[in-house]
Design a binder for this molecule. Sequence first.
Ligand code: ZN
Length: 151
Amino acid sequence: MHEFAVAESLLQVVLGHANEGGAGKVVSISVRIGGLSDLVNEWVQRYFDHLSRGTIAEGAVIRIERIPATFRCDKCGHVFPADPRTREAILCPLCSSAEMTLATGRECFVQQIEVADVAHHGALAKLPEHSLTREEVCSAIQETFTVAEEV
Ligand SMILES: [Zn+2]
């Protein structure tokens, strides 16, 4: 059911920004999610389709981009990709240290919202990334990162 919470959160964020920007319709939503999330893209879209019925976001396509997990070595600062879900111990490929911090893989934010029918413009417009609030979506997505918590 994580997908339901995420879709709900997404819709709130998207509608908020679309209304703010005077958009009459939301065409697509680009979302970046860390690779450690177990969210199923298809279900996010399905729940979103259900929840957005009758709103200006009805029919919007959600594009999900996964960001691979990487770690930063606490000793030498080297950043490298690794999957914390494997049973093998993760060691820094440069200095073999086992002390490291997750650098990427837990992100969750709306990168871009593509809207149409913007008031006074009537053209397709893209709301810039910096106008969006990551935290609103993150609060719903955080709970899906149970595996990453063990790192
Ligand atoms: Zn190192």
